[in-house]
Design a protein around this ligand. Structure first.
Ligand code: FAD
Length: 471
């Protein structure tokens, strides 16, 4: 028979959403059980997502900068790449963070159970242990928070079982540098991993169904990125892979669409990065009555409640945007609601960042969204070619700061950046959006000179009308 434990709160999944929810529950005095199938806490983000990808991008960026500095008078020798050491560096970063989470859950007396949970009814799950074979634990709870995340989408025409067909987890292992790599999909994950492999020496092709990369972002921002990456990548827009056939000497891919090459192209590896699917259909939700759609997504209200009052859901499993910081904030709301607080998940903005070369970052409304919503808006852009700091740092040619204002109220409604460190610069825009800042608030804030964030102040001044004669 199964061992039995009981908690006031059960959290399923220890990704950013799940561990944040469990820690907040414990901090609020609730007796908390956290179930995670893998040995380490941290979910996709820490183990096979945000963190390892950024460790590899850091390595790639150092190489990029070393190459770039040549025209400023410094010439380095061709870098020697030691893949196992790169992989070890990446794993070391991940381990520091996941070990930290284990320590924090012990400190808070969160009971961690290692195994796979499935619902028995609306007050209990059965956990199939992944640490001890054959062991089962029944966990009963008053309230449950489902934070079971998502995984790479699979397509029926792709032979995923071939070891040369990668998902992002495979790509993050950096076991080898394929001579020719095809990335399927023009979203953030594909672009980030493509950036890493190109720098490590792969020749990288992208096949993208639409007309632009990162389809949710404004065209002017993405255009600047694409222009500065024409030499780095071969991008086939408005094109699809139509057959993928693994053979001894490579994977043969035939394309269809506007920019399809004739005949098959042979690749040494293919990274499939065509979106992620929520895990809602793998939890036996029918046993507890929680509704889940065909895509595995669980619908929740602004207190993260499902249709079953004592069961909540947060993070990737409740749908887009599938981002770690969104999961964390939803986790906090669910925990606080369970503890009896009157709180809601109603953010004014959820920031997005692509850690590419250059970076792309945006928050609040895009121009497309403002247009679609019928807002009377005005855009103010500041090109980095006019920034002293960008020029001095040699990053002026592919940088731009864009702010979107409500023309009537002068309120900031959105912002986007493309350029070196755009992700770090986005922080100011996020705060300004959350604080309902108007153009004057931003323009009258004294920004240090010379900085890249000065460009945010300048864009606001441009809207404000105090600058008319840009170089
Ligand atoms: P997850 O992190 O998916 O965690 C869910 C956990 O639940 C997993 O550990 C899983 O093992 C466990 N689980 C699932 N079902 C069960 C079950 N039945 N029983 C027990 N355990 C279960 N986001 C960003 O914000 N910034 C980035 O830079 C970024 N980079 C990314 C790069 C890559 C390559 C990828 C793949 C993703 C990236 N993301 C990034 C997205 C980010 O990883 C996710 O949005 C985030 O991890 C979602 O958190 P979550 O808590 O909802 O779920």
């Amino acid at each position: 028979g199964a061992e039995e434990i009981k908690g006031q709160v059960l959290v399923i999944g220890a990704g950013p959403g799940g561990y944040s929810a469990a820690f907040r529950c414990a901090d609020l005095g609730l007796d908390t059980v956290l179930v995670e199938r893998y040995t380490t806490l941290g979910g996709v983000c820490l183990n096979v997502g945000c963190i390892p990808s950024k460790a590899l991008l850091h390595v790639a960026k150092v190489m990029e900068e070393a190459e770039h500095i040549e025209h400023a008078g410094i010439k380095f020798a061709k870098p020697e790449i030691d893949l196992p050491s790169i992989a070890a560096y990446k794993s070391g970063v991940v381990k520091k963070l996941t070990d930290g989470l284990s320590a924090m859950s012990k400190m808070r007396k969160v009971t961690v159970v290692q195994g796979y949970a499935k619902f028995l009814d609306k007050n209990s799950v059965i956990v199939e242990h992944t640490d001890v074979e054959g062991k089962q634990t029944k966990v009963s709870f008053d309230n449950c928070i489902i934070a079971a995340g998502s995984q790479s989408s699979k397509m029926s025409f792709i032979p995923h079982e071939d070891p040369r067909i990668w998902d992002s987890t495979d790509a993050l292992e950096v076991k080898e540098v394929p001579k020719r790599l095809l990335v399927m999909g023009g979203g953030i994950i594909g672009l980030e991993m493509g950036t890493v492999y190109q720098k490590l020496g792969s020749q990288v092709d992208f096949v993208v169904r639409g007309k632009q990369l990162m389809s949710g972002t404004d065209a002017d921002i993405v255009k600047m990125y694409t222009k500065s990456n024409t030499k780095r990548f071969n991008i086939m827009f408005e094109t699809q892979a139509q057959s993928i056939i693994p053979k001894q000497d490579g994977v043969y891919v035939e394309f269809k669409g506007k920019n399809a090459p004739e005949g098959a192209v042979v690749y040494d590896a293919i990274l499939v990065a065509m979106g992620r699917s929520a895990n809602g259909n793998k939890l036996d939700l029918q046993n507890c009555g929680v509704n889940v759609d065909d895509y595995g997504i669980i619908k929740v209200d602004n207190q993260m409640r499902t249709n079953v009052p004592n069961i909540y859901a947060i993070g990737d499993i409740v749908g887009q945007p599938m981002l770690a910081h969104k999961a964390v904030h939803e986790g906090h709301v669910a925990a606080e609601v369970i503890a009896g607080e009157k709180v809601f998940f109603e953010p004014k903005q959820i920031p997005s960042i692509a850690y590419t070369f250059p970076e792309i970052a945006w928050a609040g409304m895009t121009e497309n969204e403002a247009k679609a919503a019928g807002v009377n808006y005005e855009v103010a852009t500041f090109p980095w070619s006019a920034s002293g700091r960008a020029l001095a740092s040699d990053v002026s040619s592919d940088g731009m700061t864009k702010l979107i204002f409500d023309k009537d109220t002068h309120q900031l409604i959105g912002g986007a950046l493309v350029g070196d460190n755009a992700g770090e610069l986005l922080g100011e825009i996020s705060l300004a959006l959350e604080m309902d800042c108007d153009a004057e608030d931003i323009a009258l804030t004294i920004h240090a000179h010379p900085t890249l964030h000065e460009s945010v102040g300048m864009a606001a001044e441009i809207f404000h009308g105090s600058i008319t004669d840009l170089p």
